[in-house]
Design a binder for this molecule. Structure first.
Ligand SMILES: *Cc1c(COP(=O)(O)O)cnc(C)c1O
Length: 463
């Protein structure tokens, strides 16, 4: 049993190496990969994180998962390159906004959202892995806004890779759209899908399910179903905790459950975590699952926090697999039931285990605006609407012992309209976003149709 051999949550895929997992993303049995055993950090090893650079912490964590595929030098080069274009030397700075209340700022990368922290690593890993193994990769990503631009920033211009990014037409902010569609790299292909984010995600799933096509184009994914994302995101839970010197309650603005599951990963690696708090917007599937015991999807509603407008939280499968003691038969049956009925009643024992780790709160647009306003009035800081959902949820935490850390997932300038509604003015536009509206856009509008999207991908490969 080790941390660089991976198993599927559905239990019917052969054990895989880190490189297999990176390049395949989804397991061939339709499940999600997890390490056969979580790496364990001793108390002494965790204490040693204090004061080391973010890059060193990332090396300590990622090397446990990558195993022998990358040499130490290679992995250190990957990490150095990944974090070379961040605006904050700490990469993920922790900012105190009131006594024992912190923001963990994860938006200092090239596209100003937390997705950069993992995707910049993934881009470098892909490039190295393809150079070693040979061949090409076709990456397809469904995005509710931030994954797409972060994937494009990480993968645009890399050899042997084509990136197809599908966003729900009209449901991402203008800044988010422009960040994607103004890429000048020939290997970047944008699709505006006539449908919701969940429609886009279901197309991605269907493309993977078409195994002949997936094999022909070497299809892979960089959304949080790719375990490498989870591994890279677990690092900031460790660095934040060691900076605080005490276990924290982490409040995580949640959509696809990837970011918060990275917290569970850190916890399973030995980190002391007080609690993980799921903060959702009105698309509250995860809050209902935890609070009512039924994981049931509805229709995604547009909100002020579009990157969380999700009704299926893919990574919840990983948490369920752990909560049932890795009973792959149960997990498979549960996920099949959910796919069929759009509803899954959680057994008492599974629910009790989830509740031992997680709490959940849903907050609406009005609470989002209030939280932006309140933080601005108290501290002069401008937060984005996703972070605001976390801040609003954190206010409901009565007597959390120790520090409360809200993950601040995007720069406010990505969501100027919501900010302006709250405080009467849009935030200043950072350099990275200046001049986007004058660049030419490249995007293809396509209907919610698997065959048409498949044809589009085939026609653009290597072009
Ligand atoms: C992706 C995203 C989230 C949600 O993260 P998940 O890993 O999908 O739960 C929250 N906030 C922002 C700004 C995001 O881009």
């Amino acid at each position: 049993m080790n941390a660089h051999t991976f198993v599927s949550t559905r239990g019917r895929a052969p054990a895989a190496s880190f490189a297999d997992v990176l390049l395949a993303a989804l397991a061939p049995d339709g499940g999600l990969y997890l390490p056969q055993a979580w790496p364990q950090f001793s108390a002494t090893e965790l204490a040693a994180f204090k004061g080391v650079s973010y890059q060193e912490a990332a090396y300590q964590v990622l090397s446990r998962f990558t195993g022998p595929f990358f040499s130490e030098t290679e992995l250190r080069e990957v990490i150095a390159a990944a974090y070379s274009d961040f605006d904050a030397p700490e990469i993920a700075p922790l900012v105190e906004i009131e006594k024992d209340r912190y923001l963990l700022e994860l938006f200092h990368g090239p596209t100003l959202a937390f997705k950069d922290i993992a995707l910049q690593v993934l881009g470098q890993l892909f490039s190295r892995a393809l150079a070693k193994r040979g061949g090409r990769a076709t990456i397809v990503a469904a995005t509710s806004g931030d994954t797409g631009s972060a994937a494009i920033a990480a993968l645009g211009g890399l050899p042997n890779i084509d990136v197809f990014v599908m966003h729900p037409k009209g449901r991402v902010s203008d800044v988010q759209r422009l960040q994607m569609t103004t890429s000048a790299h020939a290997n970047v292909h944008n699709i505006a899908l006539e449908g919701s984010f969940d429609d886009a995600q279901s197309i991605v799933k269907a493309l993977f399910a078409d195994t002949a096509f997936a094999k022909k184009v070497s299809l892979t994914a960089v959304n949080s179903i790719n375990f490498a994302r989870i591994a890279a995101q677990s690092v900031y839970y460790l660095t934040a905790t060691s900076a605080l010197g005490r276990p924290a309650t982490f409040v995580v603005p949640t959509g696809n459950f990837g970011d918060i599951f990275a917290g569970e990963a850190a916890w399973r690696m030995g980190l002391s975590v007080e609690r993980l708090v799921i903060a959702t917007n009105s698309n509250d599937i995860m809050a209902r699952a935890l609070n009512e015991g039924v994981y049931a999807s509805g229709d995604a509603k547009p909100t002020l926090s579009p990157s969380m407008d999700i009704q299926v939280a893919s990574n919840f499968e990983r948490a369920l697999f752990e909560a049932c003691d890795r009973d792959a038969d149960w997990a498979t049956a549960a996920m099949n039931d959910f796919t069929r009925d759009k509803r899954l009643a959680l057994p008492q024992e599974v629910l009790a285990r989830l509740r031992a780790r997680y709490s959940a709160f849903a907050k609406d647009d009005a609470a989002t605006i209030d939280a932006i306003k309140a933080v601005h009035a108290q501290t002069g800081r401008i937060i984005d609407p996703h972070t605001a959902i976390g801040v609003a949820a954190a206010r409901d935490l009565k007597d959390a012992p120790g520090p409360v850390v809200v993950l601040s997932t995007a720069h406010p300038a990505k969501f100027p309209d919501a900010v302006a509604r709250a405080i009467g003015a849009a935030p200043p536009v950072p350099k990275r976003l200046q001049g986007l509206e004058t660049k030419p856009e490249r995007v293809e509008t396509l209907p919610h149709s698997l065959p048409l999207i498949r044809d589009f991908i085939s026609s653009r490969l290597g072009s």
